[in-house]
Design a protein around this ligand. Sequence first.
Ligand code: NCD
Ligand code: ZN
Length: 344
Amino acid sequence: MVSSLTLRRPDDWHVHLRDGAMLQACAIHTAKQFARAIIMPNLVPPITRVAEAVAYRDRIRRAVPIELAFEPLMTCYLTDDADPAELERGKRERVWLAAKLYPAHATTNSAHGVTSMERIAPALAAMERAGMPLLVHGEVTDPEVDIFDREAVFLERVLAPVLRRHQGLKVVLEHVTTREGVAFVEAGGSRVGGTITPHHLSFNRNAIFKGGIRPHFYCLPIAKREEHRQALRRAATTSSRFFLGTDTAPHTADTKECACGCAGIFNAPVALQVYAQVFAEEGALDRLEAFASLNGPQFYGLPANEQRITLHAAPLSAPESVAVPGGDKSIVVFRPDTAVGWSY
Ligand code: NCD
Ligand code: ZN
């Protein structure tokens, strides 16, 4: 029995840190576990200009103790009016690492998202020239398409044509949830990567309805059938094309525990422990460092971190919730139904 595991300090390639009091509550939990994180731009209003990203990056840095040496990596939110020159400038000035595609109305704070890929063809061409990856929320918004099929349909209808049209564009399929998503990434060559969340590895769609409706298991893309979870587990533990992206997405408890609750799971305080548990269950702890600390930097052309961290075999110890400063609201921390035997 392995009782401890030392790895290079990992990075989180998909994080929602929010702003204001929520940022104050959440940022430290990501910074404690990860050296760098790709920060999602779906604020209200979204981050579309270089100056906004610079100001947001400063607010994030101020929200985290300096000794944690945490580096936020910024992204541009693509709208129908995405400006190719602004994308190129932000990349040149080392502000943007990538740009994020939200199909309009696909998920939380995506009202300003893209309504058709034709509209952003010039922006995608600029990104292709600049070597700036496109990070994709891969779900169609067509109400005719069943919620459990939206990822698979998106790949065929939207993403495959984009890859054909932009042969040099790097693409990350974020929070992959289906075996079709896994196959798509694996077939895409080295310019296509995929992130996988701890929650999609640890439960399937039944957990959302076990004994009643359980809003803290609800996120988008929604968890799928067990066969899909198994495909994700295989991908995370065997393929260098997949890397760690928690999609930690905090919402206060009152906005999830209600008649029309928000999508998003706050997993930052437990992310690494849950990933370790999954890799241990798969007999693949020796592959955790590749997934958590090597495959992501390799895809983004960044150096791997030199610092090391150690995980211990011990029952998960984490708060049930995190308070939001300046009021009486709190954010419930993700906790799988199954035991987690790793702590950090
Ligand atoms: C995210 C959020 O709350 O910002 N929600 C989620 O369920 N994952 C948005 C997103 O990544 O889809
Ligand atoms: Zn997300």
